[in-house]
Design a protein around this ligand. Structure first.
Ligand code: ADP
Ligand code: ZN
Length: 531
């Protein structure tokens, strides 16, 4: 038995090397692969990019029969299958994007035992015709990807996933793996219960990336801030700079190149040849910076990416984690650096409101953004907050390797300042029937007689000039934090400011508003870097 297991092990490793061209398993992969090859069920929690696919692909190749992969990501199936075929793996898929003939071909391949892996949409596995088909061939394992879709309380609930519990009854001898990147305890329990996998072994990878230093700095002049960050701490290093728009990608890449940092742009608007050339230069060369939209990075496995910089706010913590996770795969010190300001909040809120999708979609986008804002505005350890978001027990003492740990932010009682901002919004609405954006509100508080202030007679308002104790930058910080705390909201295509349900509590003095002080200098610069 032991000898046999030993043989199987080496078969797994040999498959990893021969088919996929990798030297060694990563983290828990080996234990998972071994367990499944031996016929055991497994629940696998691993961050995105952690290498979940190999956990079922290798056992599918080693065990006799065909591995069935259930995935809700229909749009990705074709790509996944193409990538596997390019490696010589006999893979196929069945989903609603195929016509009858294409499906027939796949069915015939399956029945003839000519497939190692078959990707299926969950709604297809409910059909009797599919279950009958699977019964007529040999199944080596079931992999249930994105297994958190079974959770009724989660964002991604799919009723079709509930039916997957039947697989264990119908194929009691076929091992099952449930895989997800969502690590909350509740989801974890729900997956195990709803998929009926009481005997499964649980593999929980840590989401912590201790060698990545997380930092968020207030945005003033992002390109210049980026340049000094690179000059002071990462000169000659390879890294990725993420921007929201193609236009700012182009401009930032140009700006860096003009200032002596070798940088190339990458976004979906460039032709395929240019994109491929820039990507392969990034992989091959030592110190190239790629300035990119989030189109860049999927499947890129460069170990010595020393920094990931965000010039714009990511839309979710999941996205932020995934993008910053491309830094420091070799385990050496790396930096996740971001500039973030009032306009980011306003712009993202506007995008959500004017964007496509129904009310439920908007609400979900909003809650994703809120979690991201909370991470930006936290006065606690950023790593702890990040890990807590993914449901992992944070280290209560702080990590010692993020900006808030290195330079704990000062807080101040911003109640009065908050009341001033909110009063200005209220006055404009009540006395004039008007709504304005943050810029005008701040000009009014500062008592600035700008052309726009004069035009609207805003110097006649009682709130005109009541905020001269703070600078413009500080007022922007106040507005930004009020937005992040949900005490102020953004409305319409012009991003005008409006009150929220909780604003009244502040105006009525029922609620205090603790705020972070805006640091004068970017926080957390490593002492070693400056010498
Ligand atoms: P996940 O599904 O967990 O998000 P993937 O399975 O897509 O992650 O893997 C992420 C990346 O890591 C892929 O580019 C994959 O090829 C690579 N990878 C996974 N395992 C290994 C390994 N043992 N050695 C080298 N690269 C790996
Ligand atoms: Zn920390």
């Amino acid at each position: 038995e032991t000898a046999q297991a030993g043989n199987r092990d080496s078969e797994a490793l040999a498959t990893l090397q021969r088919v996929f061209g990798y030297d060694a398993f990563r983290g828990e992969q080996e234990a998972i692969v071994e367990h499944v090859i031996a016929g055991g069920d497994a629940v696998v929690l691993m961050p995105t990019g952690g290498g979940k696919s190999l956990c079922y692909q290798i056992p599918s190749l080693v065990r006799p029969g065909m591995g069935i992969v259930v995935s809700p990501l229909i749009a990705l199936m074709q790509d996944q299958v193409d990538a596997l075929r390019a490696l010589g793996v006999r893979a196929g898929f069945m989903n609603s994007t195929q016509d009858f003939d294409e499906r027939r071909v796949t069915e015939a391949e399956f029945l003839a035992g000519e497939l190692d892996l078959l990707y299926l949409a969950p709604e297809r596995l409910r059909l009797d015709s599919t279950l009958d088909l699977l019964s007529r061939g040999k199944v080596s394992l079931f992999a249930i990807d994105e297994a958190h879709c079974v959770s009724q309380w989660g964002h991604d609930f799919r009723p079709d996933y509930l039916a997957l519990s039947l697989l264990g009854e119908r194929w009691p001898d076929v091992p099952r793996l449930a895989l997800t990147a969502t690590a909350t305890d509740a989801t974890h329990r729900e997956i195990t219960e709803r998929l009926h996998m009481p005997a499964a072994r649980h593999f929980v990878a840590s989401f912590d990336r201790p060698n990545i230093q997380y930092r968020v700095v207030p945005k003033s002049d992002p390109k210049k801030q980026l340049l000094s960050f690179l000059r002071e701490e990462h000169s000659g290093d390879a890294g990725i700079v993420y921007c929201l728009s193609r236009n700012s990608v182009e401009k930032t890449a140009e700006f860096l190149s003009r200032n002596g940092v070798e940088a190339v742009p990458y976004h979906a608007g460039l032709d395929a040849g240019t994109r491929a050339a820039h990507q392969s230069r990034f992989l091959r060369e030592e110190g190239l910076v790629v300035v990119a939209t989030i189109a860049f990075g999927m499947g890129i496995d460069k170990p010595d990416v020393r920094f990931v910089a965000h010039l714009d706010l990511p839309k979710s913590v999941e996205g932020y984690y995934q993008e910053t996770g491309r830094a420091g795969r070799d385990g050496l010190p790396s930096t996740a650096w971001m500039t973030y300001g009032l306009n980011d909040v306003i712009q993202q809120r506007k995008l959500i409101q004017s964007g496509e999708g129904d009310e439920a979609f908007r609400r979900r986008a909003q809650s994703h953004l809120d979690a991201m804002l909370a991470l930006c505005e936290t006065a606690q350890c950023r790593r702890s907050q990040l890990l807590a978001y993914f449901g992992q027990d944070p280290d209560r003492t702080g990590c010692g390797n993020c900006d808030t740990c290195l330079t704990p932010p000062e807080t101040w009682d911003g109640t009065v300042a908050a009341q001033k901002v909110l009063s200005a919004v209220v006055r404009l609405k009540r006395e004039r029937g008007q709504k304005f954006g943050a810029g005008q509100i701040i000009d009014i508080l500062l008592g600035k007689r700008t052309a726009k202030v004069i035009q609207f007679d805003h110097d006649q308002l009682s709130v005109f000039g009541i905020g001269e104790e703070l600078t413009e930058g500080e007022w922007r910080g106040v507005a930004r934090q009020l937005l992040a705390q949900g005490l102020l909201a953004v409305e319409g295509e012009y991003g005008t400011l409006v009150l929220t349900e909780t604003s009244g509590e502040v105006l009525r003095r029922e609620r205090e508003v603790p705020l972070r002080k805006e640091p004068k200098k970017p926080a957390g610069a490593r002492a070693a870097g400056g010498g």
